[in-house]
Write a protein that binds this ligand. Structure first.
Ligand code: NIG
Ligand code: FE
Length: 412
């Protein structure tokens, strides 16, 4: 039950005192201890420090981490990991010249995934989702948020959320669920958006709340999807059931979604590929975390979130995968951290802060994970022998992870 890491070349993201998140210039600071030890008891971090102060713990399992780095697991605060089937045909159509919008307009996109999901049994959906979760855990993800939104009927939305609930029960990592009924307008409601909003508010939300299936409420606030007014309506309704807003905004168009998120105390506003100066200004001195999803920018070939401008303006920023079958079919946080450095000019320190403590905050688990702090879960990444943490984003596309731990248990 006791695990003692010794001779750690560098212990990374050490926060003696609990913090919520880091912003602006603070993001450039990544506190570390060279030649360190870390003690885990019953799944929690209980002690750490310099090797010269390493206690002698009888009957602890010793792990010699010579040459290796130890850091908190990645905190992936935005995913759609529960989905049915895949959409590589649309990917090929895009290569041949169709746009994401063209594909959605001819019934592809989110509606394509919704059709597949509606036809998939809950057990099958669980099996597909479990294998994705197993894979991302091995890639170092130690806390994750998962959304509904590929159901788009009462029954199918509940099916997705029940699958997330089952994952929560069967896995040793914090999992948070988000109800995203307002992801796209189902075909049956093509000319009746009011009707669909009513279905969400009057039928879906009460059920979601009754079964305690979600912590957060999300809306795809975008031209052609849900307007700012629709977003307000859904957020208000969700708040009546205690769901905290966490929304998709400014992916293709900046239409005021950021401001709605801030107004409703959203825990995060996500995507932000299109940011006006007023959007940056409105996030200042708020508790709303901006979240960038560079895997989506990469895959769709759309702009990257202007991280430099945002951080230089004093904002915090979190990084997440957006893992989904249409716009980001990868749940690899290592790639996200690397592309944030390469494409968004974030320093490795900023990117690691964004993918750990700030990601944890963006899904409300900053008291459990996201840093090396006494009392937090021992959800950890032990790297292979590497020169420094700069090597992790530099050596993009390769895995430099030797072992992942969830509550102190090695995942094999
Ligand atoms: O976050 N933007 C909206 N939803 C997803 C993608 C949906 C899809 O194409 O399946 C996203 O990018
Ligand atoms: Fe998303």
């Amino acid at each position: 039950m006791k695990l003692l890491f010794k001779n750690i070349k560098q212990l990374i993201q050490v926060r003696e005192k609990e913090i919520s998140f880091v912003s602006g210039k603070e993001m450039r600071i990544l506190p570390t201890i060279d030649n360190a030890f870390l003690l885990v008891e019953y799944g929690f971090i209980v002690d750490f420090g310099k090797m010269e102060d390493c206690p002698n713990i009888p009957n602890a399992k010793i792990i010699d981490a010579t040459g290796r780095l130890l850091l908190p697991s990645w905190c992936d605060s935005h995913t759609h990991l529960v989905y049915a089937g895949t959409r590589e045909n649309e990917f090929v159509d895009r290569i041949k010249g169709l746009s994401y919008e063209d594909i959605a307009n001819r019934g592809g996109g989110i509606l394509n995934s919704a059709k597949k999901l509606q036809e998939t049994s809950e057990d099958d959906l669980y099996i597909q989702s479990k294998s994705r979760l197993d894979a991302v855990v091995k890639l170092g993800t130690g806390a994750i948020e998962i959304k509904s939104g590929y159901g788009l009927t009462l029954e199918a939305e509940l099916k997705m959320l029940r699958v997330i609930k089952r994952l929560k029960q069967n896995y040793n990592l914090p999992i948070k669920a988000t109800f995203l009924g307002a992801h796209a307008l189902p075909l049956e409601f093509k000319n009746n958006k009011e009707g669909y909003l009513k279905l969400i508010v009057d039928e879906m939300l009460p059920k979601v709340a009754k079964e305690q299936l979600a912590e957060f409420i999300d809306v795809f606030c975008e031209i052609g999807y849900f307007s700012v007014a629709d977003t307000e309506l859904i957020l208000e309704a969700g708040k009546n059931y205690g769901l905290v807003p966490k929304i998709h905004v400014n992916q293709f168009n900046a239409v005021g979604g950021v401001q709605v998120g801030v107004k409703h105390n959203a825990i995060s506003v996500d995507h932000l590929e299109e940011m006006r100066n007023e959007d940056i200004q409105s996030l200042k001195n708020t508790r709303t975390m901006p979240v960038a999803l560079p895997g989506c920018s990469y895959f769709l070939g759309i702009p990257y979130t202007p991280a430099r401008q945002m951080i230089d303006a004093g904002l915090p920023l979190a990084l997440a995968t957006d893992y989904n079958p249409g716009s980001a079919p990868s749940g690899n946080m290592n790639f996200v951290v690397s592309s944030a450095c390469v494409k968004m000019k974030m320093t490795p320190e900023e990117a690691i802060n964004a993918a750990t403590i700030n990601g944890a905050y963006a899904m409300g688990v900053e008291q459990e994970v996201g840093s090396i702090t006494k009392g937090k879960l021992a959800n950890l990444i032990l790297t292979k022998p590497v020169n420094s943490y700069n090597y992790l984003p530099y050596n993009f596309g390769d895995s430099n992870i030797e072992t992942v731990y969830l509550k102190g248990n090695p995942i094999v």
